[in-house]
Design a protein around this ligand. Structure first.
Ligand code: NAD
Length: 368
Protein backbone atom coordinates (compact mmCIF):
# COMPACT_ATOMS: atom_id res chain seq x y z
CA UNK A 1 0.00 0.00 0.00
CA UNK A 2 2.91 2.34 0.75
CA UNK A 3 4.02 1.93 -2.86
CA UNK A 4 0.64 3.11 -4.05
CA UNK A 5 0.94 6.34 -2.04
CA UNK A 6 4.44 6.86 -3.46
CA UNK A 7 2.89 6.88 -6.94
CA UNK A 8 0.19 9.41 -6.07
CA UNK A 9 0.38 13.07 -7.12
CA UNK A 10 -2.01 15.93 -7.90
CA UNK A 11 -3.46 14.13 -10.90
CA UNK A 12 -4.17 10.76 -9.28
CA UNK A 13 -4.78 7.93 -8.87
CA UNK A 14 -8.36 8.81 -7.96
CA UNK A 15 -9.22 5.26 -6.97
CA UNK A 16 -7.51 1.88 -6.67
CA UNK A 17 -9.86 -1.08 -6.34
CA UNK A 18 -8.61 -4.50 -5.28
CA UNK A 19 -10.85 -7.39 -6.29
CA UNK A 20 -10.63 -10.88 -4.86
CA UNK A 21 -13.10 -13.72 -5.25
CA UNK A 22 -11.98 -17.12 -4.04
CA UNK A 23 -15.01 -18.92 -5.57
CA UNK A 24 -13.71 -18.28 -9.10
CA UNK A 25 -10.04 -17.66 -8.25
CA UNK A 26 -10.21 -14.02 -9.35
CA UNK A 27 -7.55 -11.54 -8.23
CA UNK A 28 -7.55 -8.17 -9.94
CA UNK A 29 -6.79 -4.49 -9.47
CA UNK A 30 -8.45 -1.54 -11.17
CA UNK A 31 -6.64 1.82 -11.13
CA UNK A 32 -8.77 4.82 -12.04
CA UNK A 33 -6.17 7.52 -12.39
CA UNK A 34 -8.02 10.71 -13.31
CA UNK A 35 -11.55 11.45 -14.48
CA UNK A 36 -11.40 15.23 -14.99
CA UNK A 37 -12.00 14.85 -18.74
CA UNK A 38 -14.65 12.11 -18.31
CA UNK A 39 -15.00 8.44 -17.37
CA UNK A 40 -11.67 6.63 -17.58
CA UNK A 41 -10.98 4.37 -20.56
CA UNK A 42 -8.20 1.81 -20.28
CA UNK A 43 -7.39 -1.79 -21.07
CA UNK A 44 -7.79 -4.96 -19.02
CA UNK A 45 -4.41 -6.70 -18.92
CA UNK A 46 -4.30 -10.39 -18.03
CA UNK A 47 -0.94 -11.83 -17.02
CA UNK A 48 0.45 -13.86 -14.13
CA UNK A 49 3.18 -11.32 -13.36
CA UNK A 50 1.38 -7.96 -13.40
CA UNK A 51 1.21 -5.71 -10.34
CA UNK A 52 -0.98 -3.02 -8.80
CA UNK A 53 1.89 -0.58 -9.35
CA UNK A 54 1.95 -1.47 -13.05
CA UNK A 55 -1.81 -0.82 -13.20
CA UNK A 56 -1.27 2.66 -11.69
CA UNK A 57 1.56 3.53 -14.08
CA UNK A 58 -0.39 2.34 -17.11
CA UNK A 59 -3.49 4.21 -15.90
CA UNK A 60 -1.47 7.45 -15.74
CA UNK A 61 -0.22 6.84 -19.28
CA UNK A 62 -3.87 6.52 -20.34
CA UNK A 63 -4.78 9.78 -18.56
CA UNK A 64 -2.14 11.61 -20.58
CA UNK A 65 -2.95 9.77 -23.81
CA UNK A 66 -6.69 10.44 -23.63
CA UNK A 67 -6.18 14.08 -22.64
CA UNK A 68 -3.60 14.65 -25.36
CA UNK A 69 -6.04 13.19 -27.88
CA UNK A 70 -8.72 15.59 -26.64
CA UNK A 71 -11.08 12.73 -25.76
CA UNK A 72 -13.86 13.21 -23.19
CA UNK A 73 -12.23 10.48 -21.11
CA UNK A 74 -9.83 10.09 -18.24
CA UNK A 75 -7.33 7.28 -17.79
CA UNK A 76 -7.59 3.92 -16.08
CA UNK A 77 -6.22 0.41 -16.33
CA UNK A 78 -6.96 -2.93 -14.77
CA UNK A 79 -4.93 -6.05 -14.29
CA UNK A 80 -6.17 -9.60 -13.73
CA UNK A 81 -3.55 -11.84 -12.15
CA UNK A 82 -3.89 -14.97 -14.32
CA UNK A 83 -2.43 -16.87 -17.24
CA UNK A 84 -4.19 -15.63 -20.42
CA UNK A 85 -3.52 -19.01 -22.09
CA UNK A 86 -5.87 -20.85 -19.69
CA UNK A 87 -8.74 -22.96 -21.08
CA UNK A 88 -11.35 -20.82 -22.89
CA UNK A 89 -14.25 -21.69 -20.58
CA UNK A 90 -12.18 -20.91 -17.48
CA UNK A 91 -11.10 -17.57 -18.99
CA UNK A 92 -14.70 -16.65 -19.81
CA UNK A 93 -15.73 -17.41 -16.20
CA UNK A 94 -12.92 -15.25 -14.82
CA UNK A 95 -13.58 -12.30 -17.16
CA UNK A 96 -17.33 -12.42 -16.48
CA UNK A 97 -16.62 -12.46 -12.71
CA UNK A 98 -14.31 -9.46 -13.18
CA UNK A 99 -17.05 -7.63 -15.12
CA UNK A 100 -19.61 -8.22 -12.37
CA UNK A 101 -17.12 -6.98 -9.77
CA UNK A 102 -16.68 -3.65 -11.62
CA UNK A 103 -20.37 -3.21 -12.50
CA UNK A 104 -20.77 -0.27 -10.09
CA UNK A 105 -17.42 1.33 -10.92
CA UNK A 106 -19.13 3.56 -13.47
CA UNK A 107 -16.13 5.86 -13.89
CA UNK A 108 -14.16 3.03 -15.54
CA UNK A 109 -14.75 1.75 -19.09
CA UNK A 110 -12.72 -1.39 -19.81
CA UNK A 111 -11.06 -2.20 -23.15
CA UNK A 112 -8.81 -4.96 -24.52
CA UNK A 113 -5.11 -5.12 -23.65
CA UNK A 114 -2.40 -7.80 -23.41
CA UNK A 115 -4.09 -11.13 -22.62
CA UNK A 116 -7.64 -9.96 -23.44
CA UNK A 117 -9.36 -9.34 -26.76
CA UNK A 118 -12.62 -8.38 -28.49
CA UNK A 119 -14.29 -11.60 -27.37
CA UNK A 120 -13.39 -10.89 -23.74
CA UNK A 121 -14.82 -7.37 -24.09
CA UNK A 122 -17.96 -8.97 -25.53
CA UNK A 123 -18.32 -10.98 -22.28
CA UNK A 124 -17.79 -7.81 -20.20
CA UNK A 125 -20.37 -5.92 -22.27
CA UNK A 126 -22.80 -8.81 -21.94
CA UNK A 127 -22.53 -8.64 -18.15
CA UNK A 128 -22.52 -4.87 -17.52
CA UNK A 129 -23.26 -3.11 -20.84
CA UNK A 130 -20.01 -1.13 -20.63
CA UNK A 131 -16.82 -1.88 -22.62
CA UNK A 132 -14.92 -0.74 -25.72
CA UNK A 133 -13.06 -2.76 -28.35
CA UNK A 134 -16.14 -4.94 -28.93
CA UNK A 135 -16.68 -7.54 -31.64
CA UNK A 136 -18.10 -6.06 -34.87
CA UNK A 137 -21.41 -7.86 -34.24
CA UNK A 138 -21.88 -5.78 -31.07
CA UNK A 139 -21.10 -2.49 -32.79
CA UNK A 140 -17.33 -2.71 -32.36
CA UNK A 141 -14.71 -1.26 -34.71
CA UNK A 142 -11.92 -3.88 -35.06
CA UNK A 143 -9.05 -1.46 -34.49
CA UNK A 144 -6.16 -3.93 -34.83
CA UNK A 145 -7.56 -5.52 -37.97
CA UNK A 146 -8.02 -2.05 -39.49
CA UNK A 147 -4.69 -0.75 -38.21
CA UNK A 148 -5.96 2.28 -36.26
CA UNK A 149 -2.73 2.79 -34.30
CA UNK A 150 -0.46 2.26 -37.33
CA UNK A 151 -2.63 4.75 -39.25
CA UNK A 152 -2.11 7.40 -36.54
CA UNK A 153 1.63 6.68 -36.42
CA UNK A 154 1.93 7.14 -40.18
CA UNK A 155 0.10 10.49 -39.90
CA UNK A 156 2.52 11.61 -37.15
CA UNK A 157 5.53 10.57 -39.25
CA UNK A 158 4.12 12.57 -42.17
CA UNK A 159 4.03 15.73 -40.01
CA UNK A 160 7.44 15.06 -38.43
CA UNK A 161 9.12 14.41 -41.79
CA UNK A 162 7.90 17.78 -43.08
CA UNK A 163 9.18 19.47 -39.91
CA UNK A 164 12.72 18.18 -40.50
CA UNK A 165 12.46 18.46 -44.31
CA UNK A 166 12.76 14.72 -44.85
CA UNK A 167 11.21 13.55 -48.12
CA UNK A 168 9.14 10.43 -47.42
CA UNK A 169 9.70 9.32 -51.01
CA UNK A 170 12.61 6.93 -50.57
CA UNK A 171 12.92 7.50 -46.78
CA UNK A 172 14.19 4.34 -45.05
CA UNK A 173 12.04 2.87 -42.27
CA UNK A 174 12.80 0.14 -39.73
CA UNK A 175 9.99 -1.48 -37.77
CA UNK A 176 10.74 -3.32 -34.56
CA UNK A 177 7.79 -5.63 -33.80
CA UNK A 178 5.90 -6.47 -36.99
CA UNK A 179 2.53 -6.97 -35.25
CA UNK A 180 -0.81 -5.14 -35.33
CA UNK A 181 0.79 -1.71 -34.91
CA UNK A 182 4.06 -2.23 -36.80
CA UNK A 183 2.76 -3.92 -39.94
CA UNK A 184 0.06 -1.31 -40.60
CA UNK A 185 2.50 1.56 -40.01
CA UNK A 186 4.90 -0.09 -42.50
CA UNK A 187 2.11 -0.65 -45.04
CA UNK A 188 0.85 2.94 -44.88
CA UNK A 189 4.31 4.51 -44.96
CA UNK A 190 5.28 2.28 -47.92
CA UNK A 191 2.21 3.70 -49.69
CA UNK A 192 3.71 7.16 -49.15
CA UNK A 193 6.96 6.08 -50.81
CA UNK A 194 9.01 4.94 -47.79
CA UNK A 195 11.29 1.91 -48.15
CA UNK A 196 11.16 -0.72 -45.40
CA UNK A 197 14.83 -1.60 -44.85
CA UNK A 198 14.42 -3.69 -41.68
CA UNK A 199 11.66 -5.48 -39.76
CA UNK A 200 11.75 -7.67 -36.68
CA UNK A 201 9.60 -9.81 -34.44
CA UNK A 202 10.32 -12.03 -31.45
CA UNK A 203 12.21 -14.50 -33.69
CA UNK A 204 14.69 -12.08 -35.29
CA UNK A 205 15.35 -9.35 -37.86
CA UNK A 206 15.20 -9.29 -41.66
CA UNK A 207 16.86 -6.48 -43.57
CA UNK A 208 17.75 -5.27 -47.03
CA UNK A 209 19.12 -1.87 -48.07
CA UNK A 210 17.12 -2.08 -51.32
CA UNK A 211 13.87 -2.68 -49.43
CA UNK A 212 11.75 -5.55 -48.13
CA UNK A 213 8.43 -6.66 -49.63
CA UNK A 214 5.90 -5.28 -47.09
CA UNK A 215 2.98 -7.27 -48.54
CA UNK A 216 4.95 -10.53 -48.34
CA UNK A 217 5.91 -9.83 -44.71
CA UNK A 218 2.28 -9.12 -43.77
CA UNK A 219 1.18 -12.34 -45.48
CA UNK A 220 3.80 -14.29 -43.50
CA UNK A 221 2.67 -12.81 -40.17
CA UNK A 222 -0.99 -13.45 -41.01
CA UNK A 223 -0.10 -17.08 -41.74
CA UNK A 224 1.35 -17.33 -38.22
CA UNK A 225 4.97 -17.27 -39.41
CA UNK A 226 7.86 -14.95 -38.59
CA UNK A 227 9.41 -12.12 -40.59
CA UNK A 228 12.59 -14.21 -40.71
CA UNK A 229 10.76 -16.71 -42.94
CA UNK A 230 10.97 -14.14 -45.76
CA UNK A 231 13.05 -15.70 -48.54
CA UNK A 232 16.04 -13.88 -50.08
CA UNK A 233 16.54 -11.35 -47.27
CA UNK A 234 19.40 -10.87 -44.84
CA UNK A 235 18.66 -12.34 -41.40
CA UNK A 236 19.84 -11.27 -37.96
CA UNK A 237 19.04 -11.45 -34.26
CA UNK A 238 16.18 -9.49 -32.63
CA UNK A 239 18.64 -6.83 -31.48
CA UNK A 240 20.26 -6.28 -34.88
CA UNK A 241 17.43 -3.96 -35.92
CA UNK A 242 18.73 -1.31 -33.52
CA UNK A 243 22.04 -0.82 -35.32
CA UNK A 244 20.85 -0.81 -38.95
CA UNK A 245 20.86 2.71 -40.49
CA UNK A 246 17.47 4.20 -41.37
CA UNK A 247 15.64 7.55 -41.40
CA UNK A 248 12.60 6.56 -39.31
CA UNK A 249 12.81 3.97 -36.55
CA UNK A 250 9.51 2.59 -35.30
CA UNK A 251 9.54 0.63 -32.04
CA UNK A 252 6.26 -1.34 -31.97
CA UNK A 253 7.05 -4.22 -29.64
CA UNK A 254 7.97 -3.93 -25.96
CA UNK A 255 8.75 -1.32 -23.28
CA UNK A 256 12.32 -0.11 -22.65
CA UNK A 257 13.80 -1.65 -25.81
CA UNK A 258 15.95 1.46 -26.20
CA UNK A 259 17.97 2.28 -23.12
CA UNK A 260 21.30 3.78 -22.09
CA UNK A 261 23.16 0.59 -23.04
CA UNK A 262 22.05 0.50 -26.67
CA UNK A 263 20.70 3.93 -27.73
CA UNK A 264 24.13 4.87 -29.13
CA UNK A 265 23.74 2.16 -31.77
CA UNK A 266 20.67 3.79 -33.30
CA UNK A 267 21.30 5.65 -36.58
CA UNK A 268 18.09 7.44 -37.48
CA UNK A 269 16.48 10.89 -37.80
CA UNK A 270 13.07 10.15 -36.28
CA UNK A 271 11.89 7.69 -33.60
CA UNK A 272 8.10 7.21 -33.88
CA UNK A 273 7.04 5.43 -30.69
CA UNK A 274 4.36 2.89 -31.63
CA UNK A 275 4.80 0.80 -28.45
CA UNK A 276 4.14 2.20 -24.99
CA UNK A 277 7.31 3.46 -23.24
CA UNK A 278 9.70 1.82 -25.76
CA UNK A 279 12.56 4.18 -24.75
CA UNK A 280 13.78 4.98 -21.27
CA UNK A 281 13.84 8.71 -20.49
CA UNK A 282 17.63 8.55 -20.42
CA UNK A 283 17.70 7.10 -23.94
CA UNK A 284 15.23 9.69 -25.22
CA UNK A 285 17.37 12.50 -23.81
CA UNK A 286 20.56 11.10 -25.31
CA UNK A 287 18.92 10.66 -28.71
CA UNK A 288 17.47 14.19 -28.65
CA UNK A 289 20.91 15.54 -27.77
CA UNK A 290 22.15 13.88 -30.98
CA UNK A 291 19.42 15.64 -32.98
CA UNK A 292 16.97 12.73 -33.28
CA UNK A 293 13.32 13.82 -33.33
CA UNK A 294 11.36 11.73 -30.79
CA UNK A 295 7.61 11.36 -31.33
CA UNK A 296 6.34 10.44 -27.83
CA UNK A 297 4.26 7.29 -27.46
CA UNK A 298 1.17 8.66 -25.75
CA UNK A 299 0.62 11.23 -28.50
CA UNK A 300 1.45 9.26 -31.64
CA UNK A 301 0.14 5.80 -30.69
CA UNK A 302 -3.28 7.12 -29.61
CA UNK A 303 -5.01 5.83 -32.77
CA UNK A 304 -6.33 2.75 -30.97
CA UNK A 305 -7.93 4.62 -28.09
CA UNK A 306 -9.36 7.31 -30.38
CA UNK A 307 -10.98 4.47 -32.33
CA UNK A 308 -12.26 2.87 -29.10
CA UNK A 309 -13.73 6.16 -27.84
CA UNK A 310 -15.42 6.77 -31.20
CA UNK A 311 -16.96 3.29 -30.95
CA UNK A 312 -18.15 4.00 -27.38
CA UNK A 313 -19.93 7.17 -28.54
CA UNK A 314 -21.64 5.33 -31.41
CA UNK A 315 -19.40 6.66 -34.23
CA UNK A 316 -18.47 4.76 -37.38
CA UNK A 317 -15.17 3.47 -38.77
CA UNK A 318 -15.02 6.52 -41.09
CA UNK A 319 -15.55 8.96 -38.20
CA UNK A 320 -12.89 7.15 -36.17
CA UNK A 321 -10.21 7.35 -38.87
CA UNK A 322 -10.99 11.00 -39.63
CA UNK A 323 -10.63 11.79 -35.90
CA UNK A 324 -7.31 9.89 -35.65
CA UNK A 325 -5.88 11.75 -38.62
CA UNK A 326 -6.98 15.17 -37.43
CA UNK A 327 -6.04 14.77 -33.75
CA UNK A 328 -2.65 13.13 -34.26
CA UNK A 329 -1.56 15.54 -36.99
CA UNK A 330 -2.57 18.54 -34.88
CA UNK A 331 -0.90 17.24 -31.71
CA UNK A 332 2.32 16.26 -33.48
CA UNK A 333 2.51 19.73 -35.01
CA UNK A 334 1.81 21.37 -31.63
CA UNK A 335 4.39 19.37 -29.72
CA UNK A 336 7.15 19.90 -32.28
CA UNK A 337 6.46 23.65 -32.37
CA UNK A 338 6.33 23.90 -28.57
CA UNK A 339 9.53 21.93 -28.08
CA UNK A 340 11.37 24.15 -30.58
CA UNK A 341 9.94 27.38 -29.22
CA UNK A 342 10.55 26.58 -25.54
CA UNK A 343 13.69 24.48 -26.07
CA UNK A 344 12.27 21.52 -24.16
CA UNK A 345 12.16 17.87 -25.14
CA UNK A 346 9.24 16.72 -27.25
CA UNK A 347 8.09 14.55 -24.32
CA UNK A 348 8.11 17.51 -21.93
CA UNK A 349 6.16 19.52 -24.49
CA UNK A 350 3.63 16.70 -24.90
CA UNK A 351 3.20 16.19 -21.15
CA UNK A 352 2.60 19.93 -20.69
CA UNK A 353 0.00 20.02 -23.46
CA UNK A 354 -1.86 17.02 -21.98
CA UNK A 355 -1.61 18.23 -18.36
CA UNK A 356 -2.91 21.67 -19.24
CA UNK A 357 -5.98 20.05 -20.84
CA UNK A 358 -6.58 17.99 -17.68
CA UNK A 359 -6.37 21.06 -15.40
CA UNK A 360 -8.67 23.04 -17.69
CA UNK A 361 -11.19 20.19 -17.51
CA UNK A 362 -10.73 19.92 -13.72
CA UNK A 363 -11.79 23.57 -13.33
CA UNK A 364 -15.28 22.87 -14.60
CA UNK A 365 -15.79 19.72 -12.50
CA UNK A 366 -17.72 19.73 -9.26
CA UNK A 367 -15.77 18.74 -6.17
CA UNK A 368 -17.11 15.45 -4.77
P1 NAD B 1 1.21 -7.53 -31.37
O1 NAD B 1 1.24 -8.61 -30.37
O2 NAD B 1 0.21 -7.59 -32.47
O3 NAD B 1 2.64 -7.38 -32.05
C1 NAD B 1 3.82 -7.31 -31.35
C2 NAD B 1 4.93 -7.83 -32.24
O4 NAD B 1 6.17 -7.59 -31.58
C3 NAD B 1 4.86 -9.33 -32.53
O5 NAD B 1 5.11 -9.55 -33.90
C4 NAD B 1 6.01 -9.92 -31.68
O6 NAD B 1 6.58 -11.06 -32.27
C5 NAD B 1 6.98 -8.77 -31.68
N1 NAD B 1 7.95 -8.75 -30.58
C6 NAD B 1 7.79 -9.11 -29.29
N2 NAD B 1 8.94 -8.92 -28.61
C7 NAD B 1 9.83 -8.41 -29.50
C8 NAD B 1 11.17 -7.99 -29.43
N3 NAD B 1 11.84 -8.02 -28.28
N4 NAD B 1 11.78 -7.51 -30.55
C9 NAD B 1 11.09 -7.44 -31.71
N5 NAD B 1 9.82 -7.82 -31.86
C10 NAD B 1 9.20 -8.31 -30.76
O7 NAD B 1 1.07 -6.18 -30.51
P2 NAD B 1 0.57 -4.77 -31.02
O8 NAD B 1 -0.88 -4.64 -30.79
O9 NAD B 1 1.15 -4.50 -32.37
O10 NAD B 1 1.27 -3.83 -29.95
C11 NAD B 1 2.65 -3.53 -30.00
C12 NAD B 1 2.99 -2.56 -28.90
O11 NAD B 1 2.25 -1.35 -29.10
C13 NAD B 1 2.64 -3.02 -27.50
O12 NAD B 1 3.61 -2.50 -26.62
C14 NAD B 1 1.29 -2.37 -27.22
O13 NAD B 1 1.08 -2.17 -25.82
C15 NAD B 1 1.48 -1.04 -27.93
N6 NAD B 1 0.26 -0.39 -28.38
C16 NAD B 1 -0.65 -1.06 -29.14
C17 NAD B 1 -1.79 -0.43 -29.59
C18 NAD B 1 -2.79 -1.12 -30.47
O14 NAD B 1 -3.70 -0.45 -30.95
N7 NAD B 1 -2.65 -2.39 -30.74
C19 NAD B 1 -2.03 0.92 -29.23
C20 NAD B 1 -1.06 1.58 -28.47
C21 NAD B 1 0.07 0.92 -28.05
Amino acid sequence: MEDMFRLADDLGPAKIVHISSCQVGLRAVVAVDNTACGPAIGGVRMAPDVSAEEACRLARAMTLKNAAAGLPHGGGKSVIFADPKMAALEKEKLVRAFAIAIADLMEYIPGPDMGTDELAMGWVYDEIGRAVGLPRELGGIPLDELGATGFGLAAAVDVAAKAIKLDLQGARISVQGFGAVGKHAARLLAQRGCVLVAASDSSGTVHSTSGLDVGALIALKEAGKSVIDLPNANKGTINDIIGLPCDIWIPAARPDVLNKDNEWRLKTKIVAEGANIPCTLEAEMALEARGVLILPDFVVNAGGVICAATEYHGGSETTAFAAIDEKIRRNTTLLIEKSRRERVSTREAAVEIATERIWNAQRVRRWR
